[in-house]
Design a protein around this ligand. Structure first.
Ligand code: NAD
Length: 490
């Protein structure tokens, strides 16, 4: 059955579907960056909330800045913005058609996005624009006002090119029209995502009009949130399973695990949907939760990604089936990562890690090693380097994490151990490849990438461990080095 509002009643009984009528929904949120994660996470929570009969005035209008979003808009428009979400774990495979999105603005038309954001009923602007989308200078850890796209937006008037230009312009117009400002809610995987987003919005506003920046600081809420649900990209496998197992022809279904978590600060300028009714945890300070998730889960992904990539392993669960990679992860988590995570209310960190380990090993989800390897230049500074920095500051050893960093460097040389070419896998790929080639004979050349390592590149204990690991990886190969690390003789 081709998915659409008019075919919902024809779907098989095993497919869950909205328990609300589309015509009862009205918009409250504009979401920028309608990738797979948004549709598996925020949209699923809203779908569940709407199905309880509540808060039907919080539906989503989709928006995208990047040309690549046009394909998503086209597919979704052809099926009335419905999305099939397929949850998979070792013993679950369930499909649910979700419908909280009611429109999708023309992609890249920033004027249309600004117009929508100025509608008084829009009370939240939410974002999933990837970790790299916030114009953070990794060296300073702060907003980069000199980025060419930002410099261009300072003089772009009402037709900006970046998400932040769009948000600042819409906030300015709302202020001029005496419409209260919306909340800006980042749902990207960044420590203090609200704070990072605040820096980008106010940083750009300050370059345009300092008084507007002051007004934003006073009046706009940017809640921090910790988001969690492993959501791979969609390919032919996913379309086939959706069709064969559930009888749905969906142009862009979303696959994800059955686990879902969202911990959010309760700071909203114009109210919010009652998401606590469907399991969202509202807390005064999200810091301990995000630190736990980013270091243990995202850091864990970064640990297994590169050895698995070097060993030509395709799926994440296959990496976890490799006893050496699983033992490598267990040891780094226990010895170096978990000890650097401050206590989290009502949470046992070892138990949290055990669940994550099962999630990584989920054989159904089809998450790829290549996806985990993606974008290391943005991810390492957020998921791995802060833990290393804390350990160095406390005089603790960093042998495992330095080895993990060396594996990333070895991967960026551009071939796996079998000699297979690695297709570019990072926005900074060419620069990483050049640094990795230089590092083969002079490992310090890798750490000289200041925008990634900052002052850590000059830390002698880190540099020594890293250099030893790079040399050993080239001399002995990934398996041999991992074996000695796991045996504790590294
Ligand atoms: P995706 O590739 O499906 O979608 C990415 C979206 O971001 C696209 O709409 C793209 O156009 C947009 N985007 C990218 N760069 C941008 C920029 N500079 N400006 C504006 N928009 C930009 O990826 P996804 O799986 O949906 O993941 C998106 C983000 O969600 C991740 O980067 C992460 O921060 C967060 N997240 C993902 C997962 C997951 O498992 N996939 C889990 C937790 C959090």
């Amino acid at each position: 059955t081709k998915l659409s509002l008019s075919t919902l009643d024809d779907l098989s009984d095993k497919v869950a579907r909205p328990n609300y009528a589309r015509e009862d929904l009205s918009a409250g949120i504009v979401h920028i960056g309608v990738g797979n994660f948004h549709r598996a996470h925020q949209a699923v929570y809203l779908d569940r909330l709407f199905s309880t009969g509540c808060d039907h005035d919080w539906a989503i209008i989709g928006a995208g800045i990047m040309p690549g979003d046009a394909a998503m808009r086209e597919r979704l428009a052809a099926q009335d913005y419905l999305t099939t979400v397929v949850e998979q774990s070792a013993d679950v495979e369930a499909a649910c058609v979700t419908g909280p999105m009611i429109d999708f603005l023309p992609v890249g038309d920033t004027g249309a996005i600004i117009d929508a954001l100025c509608r008084p009923e829009i009370r939240i602007a939410s974002l999933t624009i990837t970790e790299g989308g916030y114009f953070v200078d990794a060296g300073t850890g702060h907003f980069d006002p000199g980025h060419p796209a930002i410099v261009a937006d300072v003089v772009a008037g009402d037709r900006p090119g970046t998400v932040f230009g769009v948000l600042v312009t819409a906030l300015r117009i709302r202020r001029e029209r005496d419409i209260p400002p919306f909340t800006v809610m980042s749902c990207d995987n960044l420590p203090h995502n609200g704070r990072v987003c605040f820096e980008a919005v106010t940083g750009l506003a300050r370059l345009i009009d300092p008084e507007l920046a002051d007004w934003i600081v006073e009046n706009v809420a940017f809640p921090n949130g910790m988001v969690d649900r492993i959501t791979p990209a969609t390919g032919e496998r996913e379309r086939r399973i959706t069709s064969e197992n559930f009888g749905i022809s969906d142009g862009w279904p979303v696959f994800c695990e059955d686990f879902i978590q969202w911990v959010l600060e309760d700071k909203f300028t114009m109210g919010r949907p009652a998401l606590e009714a469907v399991g969202v945890q509202f807390v005064p300070d999200v810091t301990p939760y995000e630190m736990m998730k980013i270091r243990i889960l995202n850091g864990g992904h970064a640990v297994i990604a590169y050895p698995a990539g070097l060993l030509d392993i395709h799926f994440v669960h296959e990496a976890m089936e490799d006893p050496l990679i699983a033992a490598f992860l267990d040891k780094i988590e226990a010895d170096e990562i978990i000890p650097q995570v401050p206590p989290v209310p009502d949470t046992d960190l070892d138990g949290y890690y055990r669940i994550i380990r099962t999630r990584f090993a989920n054989p159904k989800i089809g998450d790829t090693v290549r996806r985990l390897c993606l974008d290391g230049s943005n991810r390492q500074p957020k998921f791995i380097i802060p833990t290393i920095r804390d350990r160095i500051a406390e005089g603790r050893d960093v042998r495992g994490l330095a080895l993990g960093s060396a594996l990333w460097c070895r991967y960026c040389h551009g071939e796996t151990e079998s000699g297979a070419v690695i297709a570019p896998n990072d926005p900074n790929w060419d620069r990483l490849v050049a640094a990795a080639r230089a590092a083969r004979t002079d490992p310090a050349a890798w750490l000289a990438m200041d925008d990634i390592y900052g002052s850590l590149g000059q830390s002698a204990p880190f540099r020594d461990e890293f250099s030893r690991a790079v040399r050993a990886l080239w001399a002995d190969g990934t398996r041999a080095v991992l074996e000695s690390y796991v045996k504790g003789i590294w």
